[in-house]
Design a protein around this ligand. Structure first.
Ligand SMILES: *[C@@H]1O[C@H](CO)[C@@H](O)[C@H](O)[C@H]1NC(C)=O
Ligand SMILES: *[C@@H]1O[C@H](CO)[C@@H](O)[C@H](O)[C@H]1NC(C)=O
Ligand SMILES: *[C@@H]1O[C@H](CO)[C@@H](O)[C@H](O)[C@H]1NC(C)=O
Length: 427
């Protein structure tokens, strides 16, 4: 009797062991079971504005410059491609990249004859480095700000993570805002479920950056609590622009060269002002008062209460239409997401806070930028939206801010990468 019991226990444990060895790739080779494998939360990375590669194929009715191609046989790398951002050729790039707004359907489409795709959904390859050519050595790649999620991905690989198995990427067309991202959200939900199943039903951790954070928070706000409880471990929010940024307003009005010094910002403006995502990122009514200046001339103040006048006065009324389209989505993204949140952001860096247009003829292209606290891109009150979720949802909210850690370079901060590494193996 006792012997039989012992034998059947032995059989069962051998079966379990075999199962584990078969399930685990390294177990098959070395007959060694890495227990930690079963404790790792799979990670999905959601990039911010400009944080994923884009490819394009052309069959255009006309061209804006003699240098430009009208037709290409195949898809080529449109972002980030330093070769397309040099003067002259830049006009072609701007015309290929811009969106066209239809004020009847209230939706955007690509420039006529341009087909743009976001490659590699589900993979990290298109969000680790933005310039896929591999043409330049890594230190130059870093100088042109081509590195994106690479250091975080490498940090996870050091822990034993595998690209495309338990670190996934969820890039999207960052020119658009959640009002036009229905298809993406469907794919994202499937990606979560598939990643969970492929990883022994371990709940998924999201890591988001900048624009990617309100994009993700909107997604969570649309899911049932039951679904989130089953599939989501938590959200690690890096420099989340939940309340927008005055810099978005500045970029629409005057352009922005994204720190890429060879690029002239007024040339880029045509493309940038056409991005619905920037209208989505206009400073929020809940965070800026109706009398608080965002921009001002000698005779007039522009605040969250008169965006309509601002867009009329800069000669771009379409911007206000886009703002109205995206506003309900932005407001939902500010609500607590109903998952555990690690809210991380940098502080103490000069960040655009007001656009001073008192100088004659400076509206719209030449504002003097007055600065305040933030991470160099996003204003402090917008970064703090995720800390303020504490107590407003059942799930925990942990906040950590880092003095002088800049908006983009935070993705390479060892301190921050260590927090992520710690979180994903702690249950
Ligand atoms: C829509 O756009 C067209 C063409 O730009 C313009 O003539 C028209 O006034 C716009 N209508 C509205 C309602 O904004
Ligand atoms: C993603 O990566 C996997 C493995 O690295 C590859 O087999 C697959 O084709 C890639 N998918 C896309 C969409 O790039
Ligand atoms: C603009 O705002 C400033 C600061 O709030 C205020 O002092 C000024 O009177 C306002 N100007 C106008 C024209 O409303």
């Amino acid at each position: 009797m006792l012997k039989n019991l012992f034998l059947s226990a032995l059989v069962i444990s051998v079966q379990i062991l075999t199962l584990l060895v078969l399930l685990h790739p390294s177990g098959v080779a070395g007959f060694r079971i890495d227990r930690s494998y079963f404790t790792k939360s799979p990670v999905i990375l959601v990039p911010g504005d400009g944080g994923s590669q884009l490819v394009a194929k052309l069959n255009k009715p006309s061209k804006v410059h003699i240098f430009c191609d009208k037709k290409t046989n195949d898809y080529f790398n449109l972002w980030l491609n330093p070769q397309l951002l040099i003067p002259g050729v830049l006009h072609c790039w701007v015309d290929n990249m811009r969106l066209v707004y239809n004020n009847v359907t209230r939706r955007t489409s690509n420039s006529p004859g341009v087909d743009i795709r976001v490659p590699g959904f589900g993979n990290t390859s298109n969000i680790e480095w933005l310039d896929p050519s591999g043409f330049m050595p890594p230190f130059i790649q870093r100088m042109i700000l081509s590195n994106y999620y690479v250091d975080i991905v490498n940090g996870l690989v050091d822990l034993g993570y595998q690209r495309d198995l338990n670190i996934r990427g969820a890039p999207y067309d960052y020119r658009k805002a959640p009002n036009e991202m229905g298809e993406y959200y469907g794919a994202l939900k499937k990606l979560v479920e598939e990643t969970y199943e492929r990883n022994y039903q371990k709940r998924v951790t999201f890591v988001c950056h900048s624009l990617g954070c309100p994009v993700t928070s909107y997604f969570f706000n649309q899911q049932s609590q039951l679904w989130k409880k089953k599939y989501i471990k938590g959200l690690i929010s890096l420099g989340g622009a939940y309340g927008g940024a005055v810099k978005a307003m500045k970029t629409i009005a005057s352009g922005e060269n994204l720190g890429i010094l060879i690029v002239k910002q007024s040339d880029l403006k045509i493309e940038q002002m056409s991005s619905t995502s920037l209208a989505f990122l206009l400073p929020a009514r809940q965070l800026w008062g109706p009398n608080e200046q965002l921009a001002f001339t000698k005779t007039k103040n522009y605040t969250v209460a008169n965006y309509d006048e601002f867009f009329t006065d800069i000669g771009y009324p379409t911007g206000y239409e886009m703002y109205k389209d995206t506003l309900p989505f932005a407001e939902i993204s500010r609500k607590p997401p109903g998952v555990e949140v690690i809210c991380i952001y940098g502080t103490g860096l000069d960040t655009t806070e007001k656009l001073d247009y008192r100088k004659d003829k400076s509206l719209p292209n030449s504002p003097k930028l007055l600065t305040g606290n933030g991470d160099g891109t996003v204003n402090i009150r917008s970064l703090q939206v995720c800390s303020n979720w504490e107590g407003k949802q059942e799930q925990n909210v942990y906040s950590k801010h880092f003095p002088k850690v800049e908006h983009l370079s935070m993705l390479s901060s060892k301190l921050i990468i260590d927090i992520i590494k710690h979180y994903v193996v702690t249950w």
